[in-house]
Design a protein around this ligand. Sequence first.
Ligand SMILES: Cc1c2[nH]c(c1CCC(=O)O)Cc1[nH]c(c(CCC(=O)O)c1C)Cc1[nH]c(c(CCC(=O)O)c1C)Cc1[nH]c(c(C)c1CCC(=O)O)C2
Length: 359
Amino acid sequence: MNDAPVPVLPADHPLADGRTTGSALLRALRGERTGPRAVWFMRQAGRSLPEYRAAREGVGMLESCLRPDLAAEITLQPVRRHHVDAAIFFSDIVVPLRLAGVDVDIVPGRGPVLGSPVRTASDVAALPSLEDVDFTAIREAVALTVSELGGTPLIGFAGAPFTLAAYLVEGGPSRDHLGPRTLMHADPETWQALTTWAADLSGAFLRAQLEAGASACQLFDSWAGSLSAADYEAHAAPASARAFAHVADLPVPRIHFGTGTGELLPAMHAAGATAVGVDYRLPLDEASRRLGGVVPLQGNIDPALLAAPWNVLEPHVRDVLRRGDAAPGHVVNLGHGVPPSTEPDVLTRVVDLVHEVPQ
Ligand SMILES: Cc1c2[nH]c(c1CCC(=O)O)Cc1[nH]c(c(CCC(=O)O)c1C)Cc1[nH]c(c(CCC(=O)O)c1C)Cc1[nH]c(c(C)c1CCC(=O)O)C2
């Protein structure tokens, strides 16, 4: 397993201006347990917020990600409103595909859709070169965001190669990911070439965000839970490790998250993560046990309970905090993204509760 401690930023490192070193997020991700807990929410920027819907009016999803002023504004909205302990960069796992020149769009209510799916050796060979992908819009958006955030850290992110490849092979969202799961066995060489390409693209996207000032990063492998542990280890983890390797020399924490990954947590950690995100299906004390009790965890309030009455949600949040105490560090989050129908005040109330409960 990968038990390497997160390196502390040397004072003369170009990324180390000390802004966020003492923040609740970075302390928890280093395995420290002092002061109030850190809390943020996956998909905290998005349709649950009226100010997001107003900012996005008439602007396509990918276009809004590529306009630095708009991406920065949307990233900051949930920090202002909920007083969360981290911003997550407003972007999408398919933004680097678009920047590389792949024909992809995000269809409202559906998700990423490709102009043509990538299924054969010649499809993979025809993918654009990654030599000169231009991340200028991303760097500008991150720099703008960080200049407004002060001591609150920004988390950069990318899609893990398996989840990206799942969209590329299917050509759009799917339930069972049959296409990629067939391909990895039927034509492992093509699969390996595809996931290597995706790893280098996601790795470059992460690196651009970190070099521009993000303080931590997260690799989203949302659909990894559709794989058996054996398939994950053989056909997905090596490419995730390759994506993380692009930023392993930077002294920032690396979070690895997927859904339905209870059986995959040790392999996800071993791929080069310094902290592991856990979905709502597995209690954090059990997740920590599976990781040998040495890995900081992130999670795992059930997003479904955000719509339940407070007298149901509050004990659930307290239970998550108690179970999270089993891990060396705990970043409180949801077990998956904020549902668009969530009442924003509920999230603010959860943040207040998490900050009140002593650890
Ligand atoms: C699988 C995946 C995608 N995108 C992402 C993942 C991994 C996380 C996860 O599992 O949820 C990651 C993502 N997408 C978005 C963020 C932004 C930051 C944040 O978390 O606040 C992040 C981290 C914005 C977004 N990405 C998307 C939206 C909604 C677009 C809108 O507001 O119209 C947002 C805010 C679009 C998107 N993009 C994707 C989907 C499935 C969708 C939803 C389609 C829909 O329901 O309309 C692909």
